[in-house]
Every structure is written in C-alpha cells, then in structure tokens.
Design a protein around this ligand. Structure first.
Ligand code: PEP
Ligand code: MN
Length: 337
C-alpha cells in the first residue's frame, strides 16, 4: 500500500508510521520523489492493518496496492509525467514523433533515414542495434558497432536516440550511447532488466508485452519506478488476439484507459502494431486522435531491402505524407506537434 502523508506532517509522523508498519510485520520505505510525502509498505493486504495505519497522525490517506496503484498511479501523482531527453520533452499535452528504421544496418543507411526524418521536423530517432528476432538465423543487429553509428548520427543531426537493450549486458552499453533506453515487448516482464533500468538516470521506453494486460504492463513500469527512475514512457505496440488480419492487434482503447489510471505518458507504435506499412498511416492518425503522447514509426529508404521489418516500414514518400497529415490533424485538434 501507499500511505500518503499530509503535506508538512514532518519526520516524526513518518517515523511513527514506519515503526507501526514494522510492528505489524511489514517493511516500509519513504518515497521521496518531489511530490506529496509518502510511504510505501509492501505485502500489507489486510483491511484491519490498513485501518490501523490510516488512523495514525499525519496520515492523509492509504491507497491499497491494487494493480493500478503504486508509484505509477495517478492517485499518487495526479500531474502528468514529462519524459525529458535533454531539451526534448515527451508528454505534457504535446504529440511527439519518434521515427527511424527497425534496425541499424550501416552508417549510410541510418544517415539517409536520419536526414529524411530531420527534414520532417522529427526530433527523436529510433533504430535497434540489438534486435530480438524470432529466428536465431535472422539479422541480430550490429551490437555495439550499431550504437556507435547512432552516436555519430546524433552528432551530425542533433537527433535524440532511442534504442533497445536486450539484457543487462547490453543495457550498460545502451546507457552509454542512447538518450532513452527501450525495453521491448519480449522483455516487458524481464524483472532483472526492469530493475537495472530503474537504476539508470535515463528515460526508459517500456513497450507493452504482446500478451500483457494493462495491469501487468503498469506493474512492469512499477519495477522501474520503484528503483528510483520516474521517467518511463509507455508504448502500445499491439497484442496477440484471435484476429489474424494483421501481425498484432493494435489496442488503441488502452490509451484512454491509461489516462484514467497513470500519470505516465503513452505513445503508440502502429508499425509493429499492424505489421504492414499501408495500415500504419490510418492507425497513426487514430492514435493521435485517441490522445496518445506521440507515435513511433518505422521508416526505411529502401523497405524492400531492409534487414528487418521491411513490410511494415514506410518508404520516404509515404512517410513525408503521413507526417504532413499528422501535423494537420494535430492542428485541427489543437495539439502541439
Ligand atoms: C522494435 O521496436 O524494434 C521492436 C522490436 O519492437 P517490439 O519489442 O514491440 O516487438
Ligand atoms: Mn521492428
């Protein structure tokens, strides 16, 4: 549970709550995150214990740790979280654009695509150096060489970089090069990786597991926040359903559902969510209309030659057209893009 203290309740009241929690057999820890003082008490689910703590001086209210409470909950922190990549903000009522190829293939490939996206006003570039592929025989990414290429591209273009860490080893490397670390769908419940990402001083883009409920997804984010890293950007990328007309079923309904329960920003990835480039524009527009904090798009200068996810990658013409449509849509909706 989370115990919210009244502002100015002071350290003595906090100490008394911690002492009482311990007496009841639970560990408690003070949550110092710049919002209202609070104490996180783990494993306390009994109503009578909850009431005992509720009645202590200085306690404003007690929030049971249901799957949508905890540090991710809007109840604990009503103000929307803004994720900051240097001077580029995500959240705060703006719609952000993240774009780039599925994978880093070479410096020339990445640079060509980077120039295209910069020309469209995109500020954040995506491309994987460590690729989670279904088959071990498919292109696995360039690894650290790919990260190095991304760093050179950032130097030349000023783009911010988001790229995936596949495990704790690659996390260390990605942390050295990237502006935001991506944790992919397949790793959403890799708890050791989540905890390690929680110890970074860098934003984390957390993709939804392809079979994860909203609660499971938010609890994965909770792992990161519980370690002290509050800058988590959620990314809806489609889930597995009985529908087989597309690679995944893009769950746009989760966007307003997220707004109801958490302060964390959410973006939508219609590329992985549909698996087919021609279906990306309508779903990208729908995501912005649904109130997402942005979209993440895969784009390639030669989709038919891409080493991964060519079928869902926009070509330069369709990319330019989509960005211009998205800007017109954002304008019409009164959203800054
Ligand atoms: C990606 O964004 O490159 C990726 C592998 O996505 P996901 O984890 O959603 O499959
Ligand atoms: Mn991809």
């Amino acid at each position: 549970m989370i115990i919210i203290m009244t502002p100015g309740s002071g350290p003595r009241a906090m100490a008394e709550v911690l002492r009482k929690a311990e007496e009841l057999g639970f560990g408690g820890e003070v949550v110092e995150r710049g919002f209202q003082p609070a104490i996180l008490v783990r494993d306390c689910k009994e109503l009578k214990d909850l009431r005992t703590l509720q009645e202590l001086p200085g306690v404003e209210r007690v929030i049971p740790l249901s799957p949508v409470s905890g540090l991710v909950s809007k109840e604990l922190k009503p103000d929307p979280t803004i994720v900051r990549l240097g001077d580029v903000d995500i959240g705060a009522g703006k719609a952000s654009l993240i774009a780039g190829p599925c994978a880093v293939e070479s410096f020339d490939q990445v640079m060509r695509i980077a120039e295209l996206v910069v020309g469209c006003g995109v500020e954040i570039f995506r491309a994987g150096a460590f690729k989670p592929r279904t088959s071990p025989y498919s292109f696995q990414g360039l690894g650290e060489e790919g990260l190095d290429i991304l760093a050179r591209v950032r130097e030349e273009t000023g783009l911010k970089i988001v790229t995936e860490a596949l495990d704790c080893d690659s996390l260390g490397m990605v942390n050295q090069y990237a502006d935001m670390v991506q944790i992919g769908s397949r790793n959403m419940q890799n708890y050791l990786l989540l905890k390690a990402a929680g110890r970074l001083k860098k934003p984390v883009l957390l993709k939804r597991g392809m079979a994860a409920t909203l609660e499971e997804w938010l609890m994965a984010a909770e792992y990161i926040l519980a370690e002290g890293n509050e800058e988590v950007l959620l990314c809806e990328r489609g889930v597995r359903t009985f529908s087989d007309h597309a690679r995944f079923t893009l769950d746009l309904g989760v966007v307003p559902a997220i707004r109801d329960v958490t302060h964390l920003p959410v973006i939508v990835d219609p590329s992985h969510g549909t698996g087919l480039w021609s279906r990306v524009p309508p779903m990208a527009k729908a995501a912005i209309a649904a109130g997402a904090d942005g979209v993440m798009l895969e784009v390639h200068h030669q989709p038919d030659k891409a080493l991964s996810d060519g079928a869902q990658s926009l070509d330069p013409d369709s990319f330019v057209e989509l960005i211009s449509d998205l800007k017109r849509l954002a304008d019409a909706l009164g959203i800054e893009m």
